[in-house]
Ligand binder design. Structure first.
Ligand code: KG4
Ligand code: ZN
Length: 338
């Protein structure tokens, strides 16, 4: 049974962004995202506040997506939603909404793994954008994950290495917090780093076996470095902010790329993609873009890097083609693995 066109509504609510997207035969018609400013005052996501904000946002966001796409509710063939990993209270809002929508509209329900969604964002049909072919390696770097994934097919993925403690995004956010930058820290640190000297300060690299990562040591060494310097000069951060940001950013990107290069060597796979919020990072994008002609590098469009429902809708589209549907009894899984 292959219908044409296939129209999927995607729902993302795993953390602090409420998003709905409409995709028609792989092309995005709408991708609406409501960010939650409520967390800014706390310097990080407060789970209970996130789920309350999702409840307020979900219906207006879906309504806006349907209007923006110029379709009617009855045109939708299936609804795909993030079922994990993420914050349980946040996941519950998106999954409950999706189940109710599927029941009311008598359409199939499709569950999506958020991290697979980040990777499959590369298959969104965009003009002038090449898509990776299988197999490829994907460095998935977000606020909660840092993984090197071997992608053999749309839903056949193997984690070759991952962080044993903090995620790369977490490292950006925690260092930004030490520097008193506003939340979320990653993009702000990146902006400052672009004006700084990345070779000014050196931080040590972790020693972790295999293709794994560790970022907790870097966080601690930046903390001690700042304490030491602030004792000598209380204005140290103010006077050297851009150089500190650039040096930390370079260290994080160096660490990410060392393991990625090892994975390329071990697998012999030369198609490389990046995914997840940290793939918006300017230094990471610049360094990957200059990898050389021996590699094919796929860097997502900015709007598909951080959390969005377009990546959930495209994943739903590929599950729809395989008629891979889920039951109403499904429960969110906050610790879902790839
Ligand atoms: O994928 P994402 O939107 O949410 C999760 O699933 O975690 O990733 C959010 C993470 C945050 O840690 C944020 O600071 C980081 O991505 N991030 C960045 C940049 N933009 C977002 N980190 C470094 N540079 C950026 N430009
Ligand atoms: Zn994410």
């Amino acid at each position: 049974m292959q219908q044409s066109p296939v129209i999927i509504l995607g729902i993302e609510s795993s953390c602090d962004d409420t998003s709905a997207s409409i995709i028609k035969d792989g092309k995005i018609l709408a991708n609406i995202i409501a960010n939650q400013d409520v967390h800014e005052a706390y310097g990080g996501v407060v789970p209970e506040l996130a789920s309350r904000a999702h409840q307020q946002n979900i219906i207006p966001v879906v309504d806006k997506a349907i209007k923006h796409a110029g379709i009617s509710k009855s045109d939708i063939n299936a609804i795909a939603f993030t079922n994990g990993p993420g914050l349980m209270g946040s996941l519950l809002v998106g999954s409950s909404f999706s189940k109710a929508f599927a029941l009311a509209m008598k359409i199939p329900l499709i569950e999506i793994n958020h991290m697979q969604g980040h990777i499959l964002a590369h298959f969104i049909d965009e003009e002038n954008s090449a898509k990776p072919t299988f197999p490829f390696l994907c460095l998935t770097v977000s606020g909660g994950h840092t993984q090197i994934v071997k992608v053999t097919d749309y839903f056949t993925m193997e984690v070759l290495g991952e962080t044993i403690d903090d995620a790369a995004g977490e490292a950006f956010d925690k260092v930004a917090k030490m520097l008193s930058l506003p939340y979320p820290g990653g993009p702000v640190l990146d902006k400052n780093a672009q004006l700084g000297n990345s070779n000014k300060y050196k931080f040590t690299h972790p020693k972790v076996p295999g293709l794994n990562y560790s970022f907790s040591g870097l966080k601690t060494s930046v903390l001690y470095f700042l304490k030491r310097e602030l004792k000598l000069n209380p204005d140290f951060i103010k006077e050297n902010l851009n150089d500190i940001c650039a040096s930390v950013q370079k260290t994080i990107v160096d660490i990410l790329l060392i393991e990625l290069k090892k994975a390329i060597k071990q697998t012999g796979i030369n198609q490389i993609a990046i995914a997840g919020g940290v793939s918006a990072n300017s230094e990471l994008r610049k360094r990957l873009a200059s990898f050389g002609a021996a590699y094919q590098v796929f860097i997502p469009k900015m709007e598909y890097c951080t959390d969005n429902a377009a990546m959930i809708a495209i994943s739903g589209y590929y599950k729809f083609l395989q008629q891979d549907f889920t039951e109403q009894g499904i429960a969110p899984n906050a610790r879902m693995k790839i």
